[in-house]
Design a protein around this ligand. Sequence first.
Ligand SMILES: Cc1ncc(COP(=O)(O)O)c(C=O)c1O
Length: 363
Amino acid sequence: MIPVSEPDIGEKEIEYVDDAVRSGWVSSHGKYIDEFEREFSKFIGTEYGLTVSNGTTALHLALSALGIREGDEVIVPDLTFISPVNAVIYCNATPVLCDIDRNNWCIDSGKIEALITPKTRAIIVVQLYGNSADMDKIMEIAKKHKLYVIEDTAESLGTTYKGKRLGSIGDIGCFSFYGNKTMTTGEGGFCTTNNKELYEKMSMLRDHGMTSKKRYWHEFIGYNYRMTNLQAALGVAQLGRINYFIERKHEIGKIYRNKLKNKVTLHPEGGDYNGTYWLYSILLKNGEERDSLMDFLYKNGVDTRRFFYPVHVMPPYGRYSRGKYPVSTDIAERGINLPSSVKLKDEEVEYVCDKIIGFLNSQ
Ligand SMILES: Cc1ncc(COP(=O)(O)O)c(C=O)c1O
Protein backbone atom coordinates (compact mmCIF):
# COMPACT_ATOMS: atom_id res chain seq x y z
CA MET A 1 0.00 0.00 0.00
CA ILE A 2 1.33 3.48 -0.82
CA PRO A 3 0.64 5.39 2.40
CA VAL A 4 -0.69 8.95 2.68
CA SER A 5 2.16 9.82 5.00
CA GLU A 6 5.00 8.06 6.73
CA PRO A 7 7.75 9.39 9.00
CA ASP A 8 11.31 9.42 7.65
CA ILE A 9 13.46 8.31 10.59
CA GLY A 10 17.20 8.25 9.90
CA GLU A 11 20.35 7.15 11.71
CA LYS A 12 20.80 10.52 13.45
CA GLU A 13 17.36 10.19 15.01
CA ILE A 14 18.28 6.77 16.43
CA GLU A 15 21.67 8.03 17.60
CA TYR A 16 20.24 11.08 19.42
CA VAL A 17 17.37 9.17 21.06
CA ASP A 18 19.83 6.49 22.16
CA ASP A 19 22.08 9.22 23.59
CA ALA A 20 19.12 10.79 25.44
CA VAL A 21 18.08 7.44 26.94
CA ARG A 22 21.63 6.62 28.03
CA SER A 23 22.11 10.09 29.54
CA GLY A 24 19.36 9.39 32.07
CA TRP A 25 17.62 12.69 31.13
CA VAL A 26 14.44 10.92 30.07
CA SER A 27 11.81 13.37 31.31
CA SER A 28 11.35 17.02 30.40
CA HIS A 29 14.81 18.41 31.19
CA GLY A 30 17.91 17.81 29.13
CA LYS A 31 20.14 19.17 26.43
CA TYR A 32 17.87 18.14 23.56
CA ILE A 33 14.93 20.13 24.97
CA ASP A 34 17.12 23.25 25.17
CA GLU A 35 18.57 22.76 21.71
CA PHE A 36 15.23 21.95 20.10
CA GLU A 37 13.53 25.00 21.63
CA ARG A 38 16.37 27.28 20.50
CA GLU A 39 16.74 25.86 16.98
CA PHE A 40 13.06 25.41 16.14
CA SER A 41 12.26 29.01 17.18
CA LYS A 42 15.20 30.17 15.07
CA PHE A 43 13.92 28.18 12.09
CA ILE A 44 10.44 29.71 12.39
CA GLY A 45 11.89 33.16 13.04
CA THR A 46 10.55 33.96 16.51
CA GLU A 47 12.43 35.11 19.54
CA TYR A 48 10.86 32.58 21.90
CA GLY A 49 9.54 29.05 21.69
CA LEU A 50 8.60 26.18 23.93
CA THR A 51 8.11 22.48 23.44
CA VAL A 52 4.83 20.92 24.55
CA SER A 53 3.29 17.46 24.65
CA ASN A 54 1.28 17.73 21.40
CA GLY A 55 -0.39 20.15 18.99
CA THR A 56 -3.68 20.18 20.87
CA THR A 57 -2.03 21.12 24.17
CA ALA A 58 -0.07 23.81 22.27
CA LEU A 59 -3.40 25.38 21.27
CA HIS A 60 -4.91 25.06 24.75
CA LEU A 61 -1.77 26.53 26.31
CA ALA A 62 -1.81 29.46 23.87
CA LEU A 63 -5.47 30.24 24.55
CA SER A 64 -4.93 29.91 28.32
CA ALA A 65 -1.93 32.25 28.23
CA LEU A 66 -4.04 34.81 26.34
CA GLY A 67 -6.59 34.61 29.14
CA ILE A 68 -9.41 33.16 27.01
CA ARG A 69 -12.20 32.10 29.35
CA GLU A 70 -15.92 31.66 29.84
CA GLY A 71 -17.96 34.29 28.01
CA ASP A 72 -15.28 34.89 25.35
CA GLU A 73 -15.70 34.08 21.68
CA VAL A 74 -12.92 32.84 19.40
CA ILE A 75 -13.34 32.76 15.62
CA VAL A 76 -12.19 29.48 14.02
CA PRO A 77 -12.53 28.07 10.49
CA ASP A 78 -15.30 25.60 9.67
CA LEU A 79 -12.86 23.33 7.80
CA THR A 80 -10.14 22.11 10.12
CA PHE A 81 -8.85 19.17 12.12
CA ILE A 82 -10.96 19.46 15.27
CA SER A 83 -8.23 20.39 17.80
CA PRO A 84 -8.48 24.21 17.63
CA VAL A 85 -12.26 24.07 18.10
CA ASN A 86 -11.93 21.73 21.08
CA ALA A 87 -9.16 23.85 22.62
CA VAL A 88 -11.53 26.85 22.70
CA ILE A 89 -14.18 24.69 24.38
CA TYR A 90 -11.62 23.44 26.97
CA CYS A 91 -11.32 27.13 28.01
CA ASN A 92 -15.13 27.27 28.49
CA ALA A 93 -15.19 29.85 25.69
CA THR A 94 -17.31 29.72 22.53
CA PRO A 95 -15.87 28.84 19.12
CA VAL A 96 -17.52 30.84 16.34
CA LEU A 97 -17.26 29.07 13.01
CA CYS A 98 -16.23 31.00 9.91
CA ASP A 99 -16.40 29.86 6.28
CA ILE A 100 -13.20 29.27 4.30
CA ASP A 101 -11.65 30.91 1.25
CA ARG A 102 -11.82 28.96 -2.02
CA ASN A 103 -8.37 30.26 -3.00
CA ASN A 104 -6.41 28.82 -0.06
CA TRP A 105 -8.92 26.60 1.84
CA CYS A 106 -8.15 28.55 5.04
CA ILE A 107 -10.39 30.92 7.03
CA ASP A 108 -11.97 33.52 4.73
CA SER A 109 -10.56 36.91 5.75
CA GLY A 110 -13.53 38.57 4.01
CA LYS A 111 -16.05 36.82 6.28
CA ILE A 112 -14.39 37.37 9.67
CA GLU A 113 -15.57 40.89 10.47
CA ALA A 114 -19.26 39.98 10.24
CA LEU A 115 -18.70 37.47 13.07
CA ILE A 116 -17.02 39.89 15.49
CA THR A 117 -19.08 40.80 18.56
CA PRO A 118 -18.14 42.60 21.80
CA LYS A 119 -17.27 39.12 23.19
CA THR A 120 -14.72 38.25 20.46
CA ARG A 121 -11.20 37.96 21.83
CA ALA A 122 -9.19 36.02 19.26
CA ILE A 123 -9.00 34.42 15.83
CA ILE A 124 -7.44 31.00 15.30
CA VAL A 125 -6.10 30.79 11.77
CA VAL A 126 -5.64 27.16 10.71
CA GLN A 127 -3.02 27.01 7.98
CA LEU A 128 -4.57 24.03 6.20
CA TYR A 129 -2.76 21.32 4.20
CA GLY A 130 0.44 23.35 3.77
CA ASN A 131 -1.39 26.49 2.61
CA SER A 132 -1.56 29.95 4.16
CA ALA A 133 -4.51 32.17 4.96
CA ASP A 134 -4.56 35.81 3.84
CA MET A 135 -2.41 36.90 6.79
CA ASP A 136 -2.05 40.64 6.01
CA LYS A 137 -5.80 41.12 5.95
CA ILE A 138 -6.32 38.99 9.08
CA MET A 139 -3.65 40.87 11.05
CA GLU A 140 -5.22 44.17 9.94
CA ILE A 141 -8.67 43.05 11.16
CA ALA A 142 -7.15 41.83 14.45
CA LYS A 143 -5.40 45.14 15.00
CA LYS A 144 -8.53 47.15 14.21
CA HIS A 145 -10.68 45.13 16.65
CA LYS A 146 -7.93 44.46 19.23
CA LEU A 147 -8.05 40.68 18.83
CA TYR A 148 -5.30 38.11 19.33
CA VAL A 149 -4.26 35.87 16.45
CA ILE A 150 -3.16 32.27 16.99
CA GLU A 151 -1.73 30.52 13.96
CA ASP A 152 -2.39 26.79 14.03
CA THR A 153 0.58 25.86 11.87
CA ALA A 154 0.43 22.09 12.50
CA GLU A 155 -0.05 21.39 8.80
CA SER A 156 2.05 24.19 7.30
CA LEU A 157 5.46 23.87 8.89
CA GLY A 158 7.91 25.58 6.55
CA THR A 159 5.37 27.52 4.49
CA THR A 160 6.34 31.17 4.03
CA TYR A 161 3.95 34.10 3.62
CA LYS A 162 5.59 37.10 1.94
CA GLY A 163 8.94 35.67 3.02
CA LYS A 164 8.03 35.04 6.68
CA ARG A 165 7.57 31.54 8.05
CA LEU A 166 4.05 30.78 9.24
CA GLY A 167 3.90 30.63 13.01
CA SER A 168 5.85 33.90 13.28
CA ILE A 169 3.12 36.29 12.13
CA GLY A 170 0.33 35.99 14.73
CA ASP A 171 0.72 36.46 18.50
CA ILE A 172 1.40 32.72 18.97
CA GLY A 173 2.15 29.93 16.50
CA CYS A 174 1.17 26.35 17.41
CA PHE A 175 2.73 23.26 15.86
CA SER A 176 2.21 19.48 16.03
CA PHE A 177 4.90 16.84 15.54
CA TYR A 178 2.54 13.87 15.32
CA GLY A 179 3.93 11.05 13.15
CA ASN A 180 2.15 12.18 9.98
CA LYS A 181 3.47 15.74 10.12
CA THR A 182 6.27 17.27 8.01
CA MET A 183 8.63 16.45 10.87
CA THR A 184 7.89 14.31 13.91
CA THR A 185 8.77 13.74 17.54
CA GLY A 186 6.35 10.82 17.84
CA GLU A 187 3.80 12.89 19.74
CA GLY A 188 4.75 16.49 20.44
CA GLY A 189 4.06 20.14 19.83
CA PHE A 190 5.51 23.64 20.00
CA CYS A 191 4.44 27.24 20.68
CA THR A 192 6.31 30.12 19.05
CA THR A 193 6.02 33.81 19.94
CA ASN A 194 7.86 37.12 19.87
CA ASN A 195 6.15 38.23 23.08
CA LYS A 196 8.27 37.64 26.18
CA GLU A 197 5.34 37.95 28.58
CA LEU A 198 3.30 35.36 26.67
CA TYR A 199 6.33 33.07 26.55
CA GLU A 200 6.79 33.30 30.32
CA LYS A 201 3.10 32.75 30.96
CA MET A 202 3.04 29.71 28.67
CA SER A 203 6.19 28.31 30.33
CA MET A 204 4.55 28.52 33.74
CA LEU A 205 1.20 27.12 32.60
CA ARG A 206 2.98 24.21 30.90
CA ASP A 207 4.49 23.26 34.25
CA HIS A 208 1.48 23.34 36.60
CA GLY A 209 1.51 27.16 36.81
CA MET A 210 4.68 26.98 38.90
CA THR A 211 6.99 29.99 38.95
CA SER A 212 10.58 29.30 37.88
CA LYS A 213 11.76 31.48 40.79
CA LYS A 214 10.29 29.43 43.60
CA ARG A 215 9.88 25.65 43.47
CA TYR A 216 6.38 24.36 44.32
CA TRP A 217 4.97 27.89 44.29
CA HIS A 218 2.03 28.03 41.89
CA GLU A 219 0.98 31.37 40.45
CA PHE A 220 -1.74 29.89 38.25
CA ILE A 221 -3.71 26.68 37.85
CA GLY A 222 -1.63 25.10 35.12
CA TYR A 223 -1.11 21.78 33.39
CA ASN A 224 1.54 19.21 32.67
CA TYR A 225 2.00 19.83 28.94
CA ARG A 226 5.75 19.11 28.84
CA MET A 227 7.64 17.29 26.08
CA THR A 228 10.30 14.74 27.03
CA ASN A 229 14.00 14.98 26.24
CA LEU A 230 13.60 11.73 24.27
CA GLN A 231 11.05 13.34 21.95
CA ALA A 232 13.21 16.46 21.66
CA ALA A 233 16.19 14.28 20.64
CA LEU A 234 14.09 12.99 17.75
CA GLY A 235 13.07 16.60 17.04
CA VAL A 236 16.64 17.90 16.87
CA ALA A 237 17.59 15.19 14.36
CA GLN A 238 14.45 15.78 12.27
CA LEU A 239 14.96 19.53 12.30
CA GLY A 240 18.45 18.95 10.89
CA ARG A 241 16.74 17.57 7.76
CA ILE A 242 13.80 20.00 7.58
CA ASN A 243 15.01 21.75 4.43
CA TYR A 244 15.25 18.40 2.66
CA PHE A 245 11.72 17.45 3.84
CA ILE A 246 10.31 20.72 2.50
CA GLU A 247 12.21 20.45 -0.78
CA ARG A 248 11.01 16.87 -1.30
CA LYS A 249 7.39 17.91 -0.60
CA HIS A 250 7.81 20.56 -3.32
CA GLU A 251 9.14 17.96 -5.78
CA ILE A 252 6.22 15.64 -5.05
CA GLY A 253 3.79 18.55 -5.46
CA LYS A 254 5.35 19.38 -8.80
CA ILE A 255 4.85 15.83 -10.13
CA TYR A 256 1.17 15.87 -9.08
CA ARG A 257 0.68 19.34 -10.54
CA ASN A 258 2.26 18.51 -13.90
CA LYS A 259 0.52 15.19 -14.35
CA LEU A 260 -2.95 16.12 -13.06
CA LYS A 261 -3.35 19.61 -14.50
CA ASN A 262 -6.53 20.03 -16.58
CA LYS A 263 -7.85 16.76 -15.09
CA VAL A 264 -8.94 17.79 -11.58
CA THR A 265 -8.95 20.94 -9.43
CA LEU A 266 -5.39 21.10 -8.12
CA HIS A 267 -4.05 22.04 -4.71
CA PRO A 268 -4.06 25.87 -4.55
CA GLU A 269 -0.84 27.71 -5.30
CA GLY A 270 -0.36 30.81 -3.22
CA GLY A 271 0.23 34.22 -4.72
CA ASP A 272 1.46 35.61 -1.41
CA TYR A 273 2.75 32.36 0.02
CA ASN A 274 5.10 29.52 -0.83
CA GLY A 275 3.27 26.41 0.44
CA THR A 276 4.78 23.10 1.48
CA TYR A 277 2.02 20.65 0.44
CA TRP A 278 2.00 18.84 3.78
CA LEU A 279 -0.55 16.63 2.03
CA TYR A 280 -0.95 17.29 -1.69
CA SER A 281 -4.70 17.50 -2.24
CA ILE A 282 -7.13 17.66 -5.13
CA LEU A 283 -10.83 18.35 -5.61
CA LEU A 284 -13.10 16.10 -7.66
CA LYS A 285 -16.38 17.07 -9.36
CA ASN A 286 -18.58 15.96 -6.46
CA GLY A 287 -18.71 13.71 -3.40
CA GLU A 288 -19.79 10.67 -5.37
CA GLU A 289 -16.85 10.91 -7.76
CA ARG A 290 -14.50 11.53 -4.83
CA ASP A 291 -15.68 8.44 -2.95
CA SER A 292 -15.50 6.21 -6.04
CA LEU A 293 -11.96 7.44 -6.79
CA MET A 294 -10.88 6.73 -3.19
CA ASP A 295 -12.28 3.18 -3.46
CA PHE A 296 -10.62 2.65 -6.83
CA LEU A 297 -7.24 3.88 -5.55
CA TYR A 298 -7.50 1.71 -2.45
CA LYS A 299 -8.13 -1.36 -4.59
CA ASN A 300 -5.01 -0.40 -6.56
CA GLY A 301 -2.79 -0.14 -3.49
CA VAL A 302 -3.02 3.61 -2.90
CA ASP A 303 -4.20 5.00 0.43
CA THR A 304 -5.86 8.44 0.51
CA ARG A 305 -7.83 10.54 3.00
CA ARG A 306 -11.08 12.43 2.52
CA PHE A 307 -10.97 16.08 3.65
CA PHE A 308 -12.09 16.92 7.18
CA TYR A 309 -15.85 17.21 7.64
CA PRO A 310 -17.14 20.77 8.01
CA VAL A 311 -17.20 21.34 11.77
CA HIS A 312 -20.76 22.69 11.85
CA VAL A 313 -22.28 19.40 10.57
CA MET A 314 -20.98 17.24 13.45
CA PRO A 315 -23.28 16.64 16.46
CA PRO A 316 -21.31 18.43 19.22
CA TYR A 317 -20.57 21.51 17.13
CA GLY A 318 -23.81 22.47 15.34
CA ARG A 319 -24.56 25.06 17.99
CA TYR A 320 -21.43 27.02 17.10
CA SER A 321 -22.67 27.57 13.56
CA ARG A 322 -23.41 31.15 12.44
CA GLY A 323 -25.28 31.10 9.15
CA LYS A 324 -24.19 29.12 6.14
CA TYR A 325 -20.87 27.59 5.07
CA PRO A 326 -21.12 27.13 1.30
CA VAL A 327 -17.38 26.98 0.59
CA SER A 328 -16.29 24.66 3.40
CA THR A 329 -19.29 22.39 2.67
CA ASP A 330 -18.38 22.20 -1.02
CA ILE A 331 -14.64 21.70 -0.57
CA ALA A 332 -14.99 19.17 2.26
CA GLU A 333 -17.25 17.10 0.00
CA ARG A 334 -14.92 17.04 -3.00
CA GLY A 335 -11.41 16.93 -1.55
CA ILE A 336 -8.91 14.13 -1.05
CA ASN A 337 -5.39 14.10 0.34
CA LEU A 338 -2.98 12.11 -1.83
CA PRO A 339 0.14 10.21 -0.72
CA SER A 340 2.71 12.85 0.18
CA SER A 341 5.39 11.12 2.22
CA VAL A 342 8.93 12.36 1.57
CA LYS A 343 9.91 8.69 1.32
CA LEU A 344 7.86 8.16 -1.86
CA LYS A 345 9.81 7.53 -5.02
CA ASP A 346 8.96 9.64 -8.09
CA GLU A 347 7.68 6.46 -9.80
CA GLU A 348 5.22 5.87 -6.96
CA VAL A 349 3.82 9.41 -7.26
CA GLU A 350 3.56 8.90 -11.02
CA TYR A 351 1.77 5.59 -10.44
CA VAL A 352 -0.81 7.37 -8.25
CA CYS A 353 -1.33 10.00 -10.99
CA ASP A 354 -1.70 7.34 -13.71
CA LYS A 355 -4.32 5.53 -11.64
CA ILE A 356 -6.25 8.79 -11.09
CA ILE A 357 -6.13 9.59 -14.81
CA GLY A 358 -7.17 6.02 -15.68
CA PHE A 359 -10.14 6.30 -13.32
CA LEU A 360 -11.22 9.67 -14.72
CA ASN A 361 -10.96 8.42 -18.32
CA SER A 362 -13.16 5.43 -17.50
CA GLN A 363 -16.00 7.65 -16.18
C1 LIG B 1 -4.52 21.74 12.08
C2 LIG B 1 -4.19 20.85 13.22
N1 LIG B 1 -4.20 21.36 14.46
C3 LIG B 1 -3.91 20.61 15.53
C4 LIG B 1 -3.59 19.29 15.40
C5 LIG B 1 -3.39 18.49 16.66
O1 LIG B 1 -2.13 18.04 16.85
P1 LIG B 1 -1.88 16.77 17.82
O2 LIG B 1 -2.39 15.58 17.12
O3 LIG B 1 -0.39 16.79 17.97
O4 LIG B 1 -2.58 17.05 19.09
C6 LIG B 1 -3.55 18.71 14.11
C7 LIG B 1 -3.22 17.31 13.84
O5 LIG B 1 -2.82 16.43 14.40
C8 LIG B 1 -3.86 19.51 13.00
O6 LIG B 1 -3.86 18.99 11.78
